[in-house]
Design a protein around this ligand. Structure first.
Ligand code: DMJ
Length: 622
């Protein structure tokens, strides 16, 4: 009807206009202008007018429409919009050097493009034969959406620059081989040249793809990122009837998707992260709210690992969900994700702790500790990491996390930190009051953790914690130095004459783990002591020499032997973490600076949530 009126109004207008009186003309002109207003306005009120609205609004105010086509049904718009403003702010802070401004600006353009388009669709470009993705990224045949993602800042240190390029080449090699031989499966078997299925992910597929998204993006591997995004859009499916590890899926899949969203502004990743987060929520349905380790994604039924002391949940698993779940609330505007992990935190805070220490096992049914095994390595590690990172990610407002962290650290130092006869500082494990003088590769992340928490330490402990961080890092480096391959074992001991070496065959393997280079990266950033870059480069060379095979990178079974004995798995965390940390180690400090970003335990960067936007979604006090 409106269209009819509009089109009819112009017919024969010029010829009739001359034959009517002035007052009639005046009335007619008023009528005409009213009609034009109605027609024009209708464009904005018709339900299918979003595209036109975009067309009109885009050029003058790119941010006005930012949430127009997104976040439907996912929560209150203000929170989502605020998260977008934050995203822009964080992207803005990604590369802040003067020389880097162009790159930053083009990224911001890219994000605005993604946000204002509000849709992600695959366009088949029949002329060029190339598939192109618009919205978040990017056309391959015509790269007008696509800024170069290559860092424009070139390191003043030419060695660092070439080392970073080497790490990028390793990433490309690892990725290309995964793509060629194992595409869509979870991980690559680089000797068998096929896919590796891990029990951790149930029927979920594509762990390497999701885990690699941000690394590809950060390294400027644009074509590879585009393919990964395409796979996520077309194939990443959570409707599987399988049991997944809540922890592993959270840190790798949810973390990877959230990070990809924050880096690119691409709504696809946000929607996928929220969809998966919803599927994981039933894991918290236990009598105490302490989540089960395993969750069936279809039925929502949870249970614990059979091997875990008396049906317990594991500290490093249920205590390492916080960053991702808080961000799920942030991007969805739905507080329930944050409420679940806050509930876990409060439960733990209330519990009596033996000597102030947190045992690794806790029953989700009775709420009592299981076996009194305490470790800052496997089974305990990232619980402590997430306390200090919660403090940092909350823009230093999460006092509860801060207090729990420093109290736990104090207990760890008193009860577990020891020096070997040769003067190496290590963190032992505790078994019901008896010290086990071994340190796991996993525990080596703690050098970085100590450094990142040093500044806010109570009293005058800052310097002390930095020294402790440096000592732990040096010990972990020794565990690498003392092997024939210059890679570190899974666990090394400080008893029976051993000093930072593995003594048991089943501790001698190295599975491409990141913790040691992760700590080098943090220590480099906090101290700029060149030794950390030197040690990182040693690790690169050792990886090249002993882990690189024809079709990717493989773990090795004995770091003390130079005879090749590979385990035939290219772990997804090698691409997510080991290579990313090495790349950041050789990059400028502005790349993913700690002022703005916190790495989840799988090295997926998540932005600091600024104080003034927190009240909207974080219900801290429930
Ligand atoms: C990663 O999945 C994470 O770093 C986790 O916290 C510990 N284990 C691996 C890497 O070693």
């Amino acid at each position: 009807m409106i269209r009819k009126l509009c089109s009819g109004s112009g017919l024969g207008l010029g010829s009739r206009f001359g034959s009517i009186r002035l007052s009639q003309r005046f009335v007619f002109l008023i009528f005409l202008s009213a009609l034009i207003t109605v027609c024009f306005g209708a464009i904005f009120f018709l339900p299918d007018s979003l595209r036109l609205r975009r067309f009109f609004l885009l050029s003058t105010d790119p941010q006005r429409t930012d949430m127009a086509g997104s976040g439907q049904g996912l929560g209150p718009r203000p929170a989502a919009a605020s998260s977008h403003r934050q995203t822009e702010a964080h992207i803005g802070s990604l590369w802040r050097g003067k020389e880097d401004r162009l790159r930053k600006e083009s990224l911001l353009d890219l994000i605005r493009q993604g946000v204002t388009e509000g849709e992600h669709r695959v366009i088949n470009n029949s002329e060029s034969g190339a598939a192109a993705v618009s919205g978040g990224l990017v056309e391959t045949s015509n790269s007008h959406y696509a800024p170069s993602l290559e860092p424009r800042v070139q390191s003043a240190d030419p060695d660092a620059r070439s080392h970073r390029e080497k790490v990028k080449e390793m990433m490309k090699f690892a990725w290309d081989n995964y793509r060629r031989y194992a595409w869509g499966t979870n991980e690559l078997k680089p000797l068998s040249k096929n896919g590796h299925a891990s029990g951790l992910f149930g029927g979920l597929l594509g762990a390497t793809i999701v885990d690699s998204l941000d690394t590809l993006f950060i390294m400027g591997l644009q074509e590879e990122f585009r393919e990964a995004r395409q796979w996520v859009e077309s194939n990443l499916d959570f409707n599987v009837n399988g049991e997944v590890s809540l922890f592993e899926v959270t840190i790798r899949f949810v973390g990877g998707l959230l990070s990809a969203f924050y880096l690119t502004g691409d709504e696809l990743f946000k929607m996928k992260a929220i969809e998966l987060g919803e599927k994981l929520l039933p894991a918290f349905n236990s009598p105490t709210g302490i989540p089960w380790a395993l969750i069936n994604l279809r039925s929502g039924v949870g249970r614990n690992w059979g091997w875990a002391s008396g049906g317990s949940s594991i500290l490093a698993e249920f205590g390492t969900l916080h960053l991702e779940f808080v961000h799920l609330s942030e991007v969805s505007g739905n507080p329930k994700f944050a409420e679940k992990v806050m509930g876990v935190r409060k439960f733990l805070n209330r519990l009596e702790k033996p000597h102030g220490l947190y045992p690794n096992y806790l029953s989700p049914v009775t709420g009592h500790w299981g076996q009194h095994h305490v470790s800052i390595g496997g089974l305990g590690d990232s619980f402590y990491e997430y306390l200090i990172k919660s403090w940092l990610m909350s823009d230093k407002t999460d006092e509860e996390a801060k207090t729990m962290y420093y109290e736990a650290l104090q207990a760890i130092e008193t009860n577990l930190v020891r020096k070997s006869a040769s003067g190496l500082t290590y963190i032992a494990e505790w078994r019901g009051g008896i010290l086990d003088h071994k340190m796991g590769h996993l525990a080596c992340f703690s050098g970085g953790m100590l450094a990142m928490g040093a500044d806010d330490a109570p009293g005058d402990q800052s310097k002390h914690y930095m020294e402790l961080a440096a000592e732990i890092t040096a010990t972990c480096h020794e565990s690498y130095q003392r092997s024939a391959t210059k890679l570190g074992p899974e666990a090394f001991r400080f008893d029976g004459g051993a000093d930072a070496v593995a003594t048991r065959m089943n501790d001698k393997y190295y599975i491409l783990r990141p913790e040691v280079v992760e700590t080098y990266m943090h220590l480099w950033r906090f101290t700029h002591d060149p030794r950390y870059r030197e040690w990182g480069w040693e690790a690169v060379q050792a990886l090249e020499q002993h882990c690189r095979v024809d079709a990717g990178f493989s773990g090795i079974r004995d770091v003390y032997s130079t005879l090749p004995h590979h385990d035939d798995v290219q772990q997804s965390f090698f691409l997510a973490e080991t290579l990313k940390y090495l790349y950041v180690l050789f990059s400028e400090d502005e790349l993913l600076s700690p002022e703005h970003w916190v790495f989840n335990t799988e090295a997926h960067p998540l932005p600091v949530i600024r104080r003034n936007t927190q009240e909207q979604v974080i219900t801290n006090d429930q």
